[in-house]
Design a binder for this molecule. Structure first.
Ligand SMILES: Cc1cc2nc3c(=O)[nH]c(=O)nc-3n(C[C@H](O)[C@H](O)[C@H](O)COP(=O)(O)O)c2cc1C
Length: 206
């Protein structure tokens, strides 16, 4: 755990005060805070502990401007001090399956489980298992937004971009699914208050 530079918000406060922010204070991100946001995000759970999420962290205005073009010119991409492109890479997971199992299991069990895990995806196309992997990475997306807010930062999750252009700009493999582009920084606008369905619209109680 690293020392963070802002007051830490508790989970409830972070959720209540998170809102999409598209204009940021023009100052570089504290690099320890950024690493802590990524570390907290990486603690998200996933099926079989696959941890399909990967992060491309961009803090380079030239590259951000190119990413912005790929994002239909949405200004927050170059306005933010940093952009985290969260993507999933199932082929990397499958090439290194042993890494996902707890070392406490012992080598025999890890070997057996790794084989079973690999076999369970053999019948699927790269695209099918990539989509499954991306569903896991969406759990990390939720963590990322709340982790950032809890350390006093703001974000806007984005899916409005051309994924092939983003892959090309970042040199990501063709099979990588991009979960979201997430500009991060400190808010320089208020954003919109939550507008959400009430529980009566969302919940069936049994
Ligand atoms: C998966 C996803 C994709 C989104 N894509 C964009 C986007 O491309 N551009 C944008 O300005 N906002 C984008 N948003 C932000 C939503 O518009 C926003 O979360 C929603 O309106 C609720 O507002 P709030 O985040 O302030 O609570 C996206 C949000 C999510 C979760």
């Amino acid at each position: 755990m690293t020392t963070v530079t802002s007051r830490v918000l508790d989970t409830r406060e972070a959720i209540e005060t998170r809102r999409s922010i598209r204009k940021f204070v023009q100052e570089p991100l504290n690099q320890d805070d950024l690493r802590e946001i990524l570390r907290l995000t990486s603690l998200a759970p996933s099926a079989n502990n696959v941890q399909t999420w990967r992060f491309a962290v961009v803090q380079n205005k030239d590259l951000q401007e190119k990413l912005q073009e790929a994002a239909y010119n949405q200004g927050q991409v170059s306005n933010a001090p940093a952009v985290i492109v969260l993507y999933s890479d199932m082929e990397d997971v499958l090439s290194n399956v042993h890494d996902i199992f707890h070392p406490g299991m012992g080598e025999e069990q890890i070997k057996e489980r790794a084989e079973r895990f690999r076999a369970s995806f053999e019948g699927q196309s790269v695209e099918e298992r990539g989509a499954w992997a991306n569903a896991q990475a969406n759990i990390a997306l939720g963590y990322l937004l709340i982790a950032a807010r809890s350390l006093g930062y703001d974000t806007v999750p984005m899916l409005g971009f051309d994924p092939q252009k983003v892959r090309d700009l970042l040199g990501l493999p063709a099979h990588a699914h991009i979960t979201a582009m997430v500009p991060v920084g400190k808010r320089a606008e208020e954003g919109f208050p939550h507008h959400r369905h009430g529980l009566d619209r969302l919940v069936r109680w049994y």
